[in-house]
Design a protein around this ligand. Structure first.
Ligand SMILES: CC(C)(COP(=O)(O)OP(=O)(O)OC[C@H]1O[C@@H](n2cnc3c(N)ncnc32)[C@H](O)[C@@H]1OP(=O)(O)O)[C@@H](O)C(=O)NCCC(=O)NCCS
Length: 191
């Protein structure tokens, strides 16, 4: 029997996924101002759970991230990111990414954040549902994981509402934290 082809993990420039609440599209270098505004107005909610935010998210940080995730020619990308827009006006709402792909296990993780002014409206649940379905039905992955801090009730709720199931607690290194590791709840959905 033929081996299945490896999962696809590359940026598709004209990619769009949508439902009545949200639209997911690839990031563009021109997103930097909106990106930084959305993160900086949401620092209080994001910083406890997303250490990369730091005490403030500079235009330079945004430029570097966008340069990375907008690179169509990267030979082995580690992150495929999407901007989440609130429909129908396509307002910049947040971001969601596929990351840490494991081609052998056909497994990938999803990470996300939502700007605080648009939180609590079901937008992230819709985005996770869309991206999970696409990942499992079209990209060739058979397992999607979300890692959430046990104290992050909103993120745990999003994972559950989007159809993932709590699997176990994991501890992983986090050099930026003190102590330098984090214990996280792992949520999973498989084909
Ligand atoms: C977590 C996050 C992405 C949720 O986005 P969102 O668009 O508000 O999510 P949704 O509206 O789809 O769902 C949020 C759910 O969490 C619930 N919730 C929110 N705050 C909560 C809290 N403090 N305790 C318990 N539940 C909470 C909401 O009530 C809702 O559930 P419900 O529909 O059953 O009422 C957003 O809060 C965020 O970006 N937080 C900071 C960054 C972050 O934590 N990223 C994830 C790292 S793993």
């Amino acid at each position: 029997m033929n081996e299945p082809s490896p999962p696809r993990f590359r940026r598709v420039a004209d990619f769009l996924l949508s439902d009545p609440l949200v639209r997911l599209r690839p990031p563009q270098p021109t997103d930097n101002d909106e990106l930084c505004s959305a993160i900086n107005e949401s620092i209080a909610e994001m910083a406890p759970f997303l250490p990369w935010v730091g005490q403030g998210y500079s235009l330079e940080k945004g430029r570097i991230w966008l340069g990375d995730v907008c690179d169509d020619h990267h030979p082995a990308p580690q992150e495929i990111a999407f901007i989440i827009e609130q429909r129908p006006a396509n307002v910049f709402a947040g971001a969601i990414s596929l990351n840490n792909p494991d081609a052998t296990a056909r497994s990938v993780q999803i990470g996300y954040w939502m700007r605080t002014t648009l939180a609590g409206q079901g937008l992230m649940t819709a985005a996770v549902r869309l991206l999970t379905r696409h990942t499992l039905t079209t990209l060739g992955f058979t397992r999607v994981e979300i890692l959430a801090d046990p104290a992050n009730a909103a993120s745990c709720r999003v994972a559950e509402k989007a159809g993932l199931t709590f699997e176990c607690l994991i501890t992983r290194p986090a050099p930026e934290c003190n102590p330098p590791h984090r214990t996280l709840r792992r949520y999973v959905i498989t084909t």
